[in-house]
Design a protein around this ligand. Sequence first.
Ligand SMILES: NC(=O)c1ccc[n+]([C@@H]2O[C@H](COP(=O)([O-])OP(=O)(O)OC[C@H]3O[C@@H](n4cnc5c(N)ncnc54)[C@H](OP(=O)(O)O)[C@@H]3O)[C@@H](O)[C@H]2O)c1
Length: 366
Amino acid sequence: MTQTTRRLMTLKSDPGVTLIDAVPAADLAEGEVVLALDRFSLTTNNITYAAYGDAIGYWKVFPTGRDDHGLMPVWGFADVVGSRAEGVAVGARVFGYFPMAETLTVQAEKVSSGGFADAAPWRKAVPDIYNRYVLCAADANYAAELENAEAIFRPLFITSYTAVDFLRDHDFFGAKQVVVSSASSKTAYGSAHCLVEDEVRLIGLTGARNRAFVEGLGAYDAVYGYDEVEMLKTGVPTLYLDLAGDPGLRRRVHAHFGADLKYDCLVGSTQSDDFTGDDPDLVGPRPVFFFAATCLDSHRQRGTLRAFYDRFFADQRAFFERVVDPASPWIRIVEHQGLEAAAKVVRDLADGRADAAEGAVVRLRA
Ligand SMILES: NC(=O)c1ccc[n+]([C@@H]2O[C@H](COP(=O)([O-])OP(=O)(O)OC[C@H]3O[C@@H](n4cnc5c(N)ncnc54)[C@H](OP(=O)(O)O)[C@@H]3O)[C@@H](O)[C@H]2O)c1
């Protein structure tokens, strides 16, 4: 009997619309590895991968053979269930970037004691960091009990952390307060967590629905609603850390702070599908898109990547432990079973209905 693998595809023109199908699994060629996806996270970041699927190339990473549907990438843990690659053993557990599919066959290259990369030519569409699979057994920072937190926060916290590094390296562009939009997003409060000891006042901006959640985090010095932008204190050099990417909100923030706005760091676009920030009517500095992968590439070029990772992993572990601290967790992690359940989570995220107080993890293996 031919083996098949089920997968959840996304309609490229509407990331909330999904379709499950099954494709035959090919025989394993020399150098290939089959990864069975066990656990992955779903957050707005994944919806952004789909929204920018063409612009940034995410649709190319896991080809479907169809023009209308793509495989929306997710981050998670998988088990090696087949291997014809030297140095990659069946039974090993890995962390990495996957399509929402029961299995993924990769062409292992750059095999080392720490992991391997997928050499498939279509994966060159995205930076190196997206194509590496880390062997959990060789990862000194791996903890089985933190897998859910890691699946959710690892791809986001690297952005939270590198964005803060970047701003710190530039002395916050002279700013004394940082206004953070979509303050309820995990990437936003990851940054807030990193900024706790910096001498900047942190202001979270959020929607009415998520305000109580954001206030409850205690990660910001003050929390305001989107309808209260014009009440924010002026006369202070200010930096905008923009996770919402909402052009209307950006215009109001820029107009309100005027010459006091020193820098606009565009990190996310939870409420827009435009990441350029181009707007001829905008007052003040042009938004500058921040991309974590570029920061890591720069560390690699300067030979500082290892030193960066040493401090990053220690700080990340502390952050994971904080967000799931049983005494006062920042979020509840909810496990969903199967691709059908994943389709519902995707729909809610795309519609902006997901509960900020929950972190969604999908399990595929029994
Ligand atoms: N540049 C990079 O390298 C990089 C890397 C990682 C993530 N990101 C970006 O960071 C952003 C946050 O991702 P995340 O995974 O951390 O988000 P998340 O935890 O899922 O939080 C999403 C938040 O965004 C707002 N939101 C989401 N969908 C919305 C909708 N349809 N309408 C209105 N508001 C909506 C809500 O916050 P509020 O009510 O508070 O607005 C919501 O709580 C994404 O755009 C992601 O792509 C960028």
